[in-house]
Structures are given as C-alpha cells and as structure tokens.
Design a protein around this ligand. Sequence first.
Ligand code: ADP
Ligand code: SF4
Ligand code: MG
Length: 347
Amino acid sequence: MATQAVHKEQPLLSVQDLKIRIQMENGVMNAVDGVDFNIYKGKTLGLVGESGCGKSLTSRSIISINPKECETSGTITYNSDSELALHGMNLLSLKPTGKQIRSIRGRKISMIFQEPMTAFSPMYTIGNQIMEAIRIHQTKNKKEAKKIALEMLSKVGISDQAKRFDQYPHEFSGGMRQRAMISMALSCNPEILIADEPTTALDVTIQAQVLELMKSLQAEFGMAILLVTHDLGIIAEMCDEVAVMYLGRIVEQAPMREIFNNPKHPYTKGLLKSMPRLGGNKSKRLDSIEGSVPMPINMPPMCGFYDRCKDRIEGVCNQQAVPKTAISDQHMVRCFLYTDQREGEAQ
Ligand SMILES: Nc1ncnc2c1ncn2[C@@H]1O[C@H](COP(=O)(O)OP(=O)(O)O)[C@@H](O)[C@H]1O
Ligand code: SF4
Ligand SMILES: [Mg+2]
C-alpha cells in the first residue's frame, strides 16, 4: 500500500499506526486514529487540516510532549545514523521524561510553535535561553555557546545581536520572537524540525520572511521538516509532500503538486476551494466547507467526513471504516468513491 511518494532512501522518521486516545467524561476520544507517514532528510512534509483534526497531538507525540491524559500507541521509528544507540527504536517506547528521549528532543528533533512564548520563559533574556539550550545539548563552554547563539541570531536575520542577546522576550516583537525561537530550535543543528503553525500569529509580510528563512536554513543544514498548518498557501510554498488530515486520520497523501492538480478526497477539494487565490476576485465569497470538525468521541466505524460530505453514499460511507486506496504509487486516498465498494456507479 502506497502512502507516500516513492523514495529510494530509508525514511529518517517513520510514523506507523499512531493512535492517541483521550478519556473524556462522555466517552473515549480517538483524537488520532491510525496515522502513518514518513519524513525524509532534506524534505518537507506538510500536515494540513482544519483546527481540531489532531495535527498538534500527532506532531507532539514524536518528541513525547503530549499531556499525560493522552494514551498513545503505534510506532515512531527514528533512523538517525548519528544516534546509533537509538537507531530503529520505537520512540514511543521510551519514557517521556527519560534520558534517551531527552537526548533527542531539542537536539536531534526540534520543535517550533505558533506562540513563541511557549518556548521562552519571560524571566530570562533571549540570549541566555538560547545559550542554555546550546550548553545542554552541544557544548558546556559558556564562551563558545554564546558565540554560537550570536551566530544563530544573525542567521535568522536579527541585527544588533549583542544588544538583542541581553533583551527579554517581551522586548521583542512577535516576528522577532518567532525568529529567536527558530534560532533556538536550530542552534543544535537538528536533523528534523517540527514546525506547528509557525507563522499563524504573524502578519503576512513577516510570515513570508519566516518561511523564506526556514527554507534557506533547510538548504544550508539539510534538515527534514514536518510542517503543520491549516493553510494550503503555506503548503504550496514550502512542501514536497502533503498529508491531509481530518478527524484524527490522514485522508489523502501525495506529492504537493499532485494534491493541488489532482485532489481526490472531497475534504481536500473543499480545502482547495476555500483557499484564497492571488489576483482572485476579492468580492466573491470564498467557498468554505460547511459545518465544523466534530469531536471524535465514541465514533462508530465510518467516514468521519460523512456529515459534511456532498458526495456521501448512505449505507456505505456511514456503515464501515474507510480503507486506503492507492490512486498511484505516490498517491493515497481514504474515500469510498475510489474503492470498488460503490456498487453500480462509475469510479
Ligand atoms: N489535553 C486534551 N484533552 C482533551 N482533548 C484534547 C486535548 N488535546 C487536544 N484535544 C482534542 O483533540 C483534538 C485534536 O487536537 P489537536 O491535535 O490540538 O488539533 P489541531 O492541532 O489539528 O488543531 C481536538 O478535538 C482537541 O480538542
Ligand atoms: S467516504 Fe463517503 S462520506 Fe467520506 S469523503 Fe468519501 S464520499 Fe464522502
Ligand atoms: Mg494545532
């Protein structure tokens, strides 16, 4: 079964059958329900979907930083050649507070968030916090760590670094804080950068600058990026491959161009229709997908998009779990329109 474009090399990180359940007062929520994807060196995989689809839980589980109430299963295999002790090991089997995952988290696999204040403490200067991260993971030498920190601040386009180094997070603008967070995340030269809505809180000009910055740092350091976003414009700009997520599942996955030129899943089509176009008619109301993402509590086996889908087939889509279909060896979709279960109708 193809779930991702054909790659000759081994994935740097492989997520298989990831499930995250949360016990709620009114039942069990299957917030992530059997997610598979691979991340490759030097490539960017986009994880896209509306708010509440399970993108953050999925990406945070890679470095085991989900809250305690999340019951996680599946395998996340990290195939780093520089971490031979952990090569091929299931990261989910490691203790979330243990030494082994801490040796990877923030060093080999770094994460940046929508809100940089979650990464920085308001109590210490930006410079000290970046330097501390470097001292924990890279070099104990204070002078050397400061030199690396100043270089990283310069790399992310922060001028007057010596002055900025001694400032507190609240003295930075939103865009500058985001840059500083990226410099902290990249200061240990990670193999994988997980970016969860990294530019959502920024205005469009700063957003474009931060995305450019991520691209140029990727070209320089060759890191793999998992880019989590609800914004298909960012996907088009940044990604090699795309996984479209809905209600805890990946419903379509393909190379970026294939997703835009040949979308199959009604949800992907809906997302594309609701995407603003450059030079488009501004007075025309954008088509948005009607309804909102439901809470996946005590869900029977059926298509999670059923209630919102204009193409739904009663008695089929609401009666059984939706299997994956390989449209090609690079393109996977999870929808009954593409299986042979749709009796008597053309595909
Ligand atoms: N700690 C939690 N307790 C209960 N529900 C949660 C918790 N964290 C996330 N959720 C729920 O899990 C679903 C997926 O969340 P999340 O991964 O944050 O979605 P996304 O990042 O795609 O917006 C949502 O319905 C959200 O409300
Ligand atoms: S499986 Fe059925 S309800 Fe779900 S997206 Fe496809 S057509 Fe729509
Ligand atoms: Mg999120």
